[in-house]
Write a protein that binds this ligand. Structure first.
Ligand code: BMP
Length: 256
């Protein structure tokens, strides 16, 4: 089964389209094991209101992939959730292939990659590994931060049509062409979600980070066409992660 089908099935079963970013502040290196316990605690509390977790450098750097993070991926699976690696792969193909092999070997169901690297000797080796191992590749299409405008938002000339367009429009079309398993579009830009959704239709699900801490609103993102919402600090670092996760889940549910 493909990653989008598995994610959809999990979201239906768990009645949630919330992906929790397990992000925590910097911890003193000598005390980094604390992060593992904190992540486990948050996961235990919030899992009934999630469809997946997303892990970033916040945990892979201090805990290591196979000695720390792999256990969390296993725990997410045991709790009925999928696990996404947010490594934003951005290198030459030969390197990307090795990166993908390691993350998928650790059990991740999908990883995030940067389409700026292009297809040949860039993204293609990642998609090849993903196909072989039945995992997913999610592409960044328009990021959630202000500076996204400088790269994803720049005006470019479309090599195929010769016409001026926006970089993110090209990336949305590429996501379709490459059969990406998801497209990241910042919840902070609902108008971009709407525009990109018209290109992707139902074929590539939009996954939106930027809810909560970055100011994105659940309702606006969902109404514009986001299928899944990524929430990090507003849940992972909340006094009560379960209550916070439930609140986001309920709001998303109502907006759908
Ligand atoms: P938070 O809800 O705490 O802002 O966390 C959002 C998470 O999603 C972070 O892990 C961040 O690196 C990631 N992210 C993002 O915020 N915007 C993007 O465009 C792409 C991301 O992966």
């Amino acid at each position: 089964m493909t990653f989008p089908s598995r994610l959809e099935q999990t979201a239906k079963r768990n009645k949630s389209n919330i992906i929790l970013a397990l992000d925590f502040p910097f911890e003193k290196v000598e005390q980094r094991q604390k992060l593992l316990f904190t992540a486990q605690k948050v996961l235990d509390a919030a899992h009934p209101f999630l469809c997946a977790v997303k892990i970033n450098h916040h945990l892979t750097l201090p805990l290591g992939l196979f000695d720390g993070v792999q256990g969390l991926v296993q725990k997410a699976h045991d709790l009925g959730l999928l696990a996404v690696m947010d490594c934003k792969v951005n290198d030459i193909g030969a390197t990307n292939q090795v990166i993908a092999e390691y993350y998928y070997s650790a059990g991740f169901d999908a990883l995030i990659a940067n389409p700026f690297i292009g297809w040949e000797e860039g993204l293609k080796p990642i998609f090849d590994v993903a196909d072989k191992t039945q995992r997913g590749v999610i592409l960044l299409v328009y990021m959630s931060h202000k500076g996204a405008l400088d790269g994803y938002g720049q005006t470019v000339v479309d090599a195929e049509t010769g016409e001026k367009t926006s970089q993110y429009i090209i990336f949305a079309k590429k996501a379709l062409q490459y059969k990406a398993d998801g497209a990241i579009v910042g919840a902070t830009y609902p108008e971009k979600i709407r525009e990109i959704r018209q290109i992707l239709e139902e074929k590539v699900p939009i996954i939106s980070p930027g809810i909560g801490a970055q100011g994105g609103e659940v309702e606006a993102a969902v109404k514009a066409g986001a299928k899944y919402l990524i929430v990090g600090r507003a849940v992972a670092q909340a006094t009560n992660p379960a209550t916070a996760a439930k609140e986001f889940r309920d709001r998303a549910d109502q907006a759908l």
